[in-house]
Design a protein around this ligand. Structure first.
Ligand SMILES: Nc1ncnc2c1ncn2[C@@H]1O[C@H](COP(=O)(O)OP(=O)(O)O)[C@@H](O)[C@H]1O
Ligand SMILES: [Mg+2]
Length: 307
């Protein structure tokens, strides 16, 4: 019987529930895997050969499922992405691809690409000087309007601020010297809810509403997850966003404004699915692993070795 010999690397420093789900699903599909920390790898360049050593892997992995890229200095983060690019160039399937991770982790780049593609996304200003940021805040927060100030590389609602003429600019070291300012989308009845759509293989598979006690509706900030039936509008927007960002799978965050129009807030290339799993009736890890295996098979027809 054909047996898959090489292991998959699940990139994470903190496997937790998601890591275990992926490992189990891979095992159920006949594939062994190990967790891998990007903080402990080596790039070896000799002449025209670039080799990459991964702890715990004697040979190149069958594929790499990226569950987490740890933060650090800019240099450390770039090096960790270089490792993923290097593995990709050696023919290893990386899920999501390093290019799409770069595009989505970088909030300004996501905003640029979404708006260029004509997708609805909030009006956004990105600048370096406090003087420019103050001018934008002054101009855009007239008539009691609020502005969202976000870290460029944020997640889980950390380091987000809602500002206006009264608060003025807020200083937070998470901004790292760049101001990312965005119009605040007011929701129906001033409610605190947003929508997460999971897209896999270019198709919107499931959605949920996240309801919170305040304007930040991340599950990590205490929001409750409720099932939401996908409609054509939501599916189409989320699928187009993924096509534009050339991403295999993603968690797309949308806010519905008080007139019923959707705005794409962000596209997550390393989305958690613990909350979504509680409100859907299929196994999300299995669905992801099936898509991952399809990518591996497409990328490398010599996967299987007789044993
Ligand atoms: N422009 C906005 N208008 C209204 N709410 C927003 C806006 N931007 C973000 N939010 C709220 O803050 C949450 C977190 O923002 P997001 O950009 O997704 O950052 P993170 O990467 O931290 O999740 C969103 O899910 C949404 O509830
Ligand atoms: Mg988000």
């Amino acid at each position: 019987m054909d047996k898959i010999c090489r292991k998959v690397a699940i990139v994470t420093d903190n496997p937790g529930w998601h890591g275990k789900q992926l490992k189990k699903s891979l095992k159920d599909h006949g594939i062994n895997s190990d967790y891998l920390s990007l903080t402990n790898c080596l790039i070896k360049i000799t002449g025209d050969i670039c080799d990459i050593k991964l702890p715990g892997f004697e040979e190149l992995p069958l594929g790499v499922f990226v569950r987490g890229v740890p933060g650090g200095t800019l240099e450390q983060v770039i090096f960790r992405l270089d490792l993923l690019h290097g593995l990709h160039d050696l023919g290893v399937t990386i899920f999501n691809s390093p290019k799409s991770i770069e595009r989505t982790v970088d909030k300004p780049l996501t905003s640029i690409l979404l708006s260029r593609a004509g997708l609805p996304t909030p009006r956004t200003w990105i600048c370096e000087t406090t003087c420019q940021a103050n001018e934008i805040l002054e101009r855009e927060s007239k008539n009691n309007k609020k502005i969202v100030l976000k870290p460029l590389f944020g997640s889980q609602g950390i380091g987000m601020h809602l500002i206006d003429q009264k608060t003025g600019l807020v200083h937070d070291e998470k901004f790292a010297g760049i101001y990312y300012l965005q119009e605040f989308i007011e929701r129906k009845n001033n409610g605190f809810r947003d929508i997460r759509v999971l897209v896999i293989d270019g198709v919107a598979k499931a959605a949920m509403t996240r309801c919170a006690q305040n304007w930040l509706t991340n599950r990590a900030q205490g929001a409750n997850c409720e099932p939401l039936e996908l409609n054509q509008d939501l599916s189409q927007l989320s699928e187009t966003a993924c096509r534009v960002l050339e991403i295999d799978y993603a968690g797309v965050d949308l806010v519905e404004d008080k007139y019923g129009a959707f705005h794409i807030i962000e596209v997550n290339s390393i989305p958690a699915w613990y909350g979504l799993q509680k409100v859907v009736d299929f196994n999300i890890a299995d669905c992801l692993i099936e898509s991952f295996i399809k990518s591996i098979a497409k990328n490398n027809s010599l996967l299987l070795c007789s044993n």
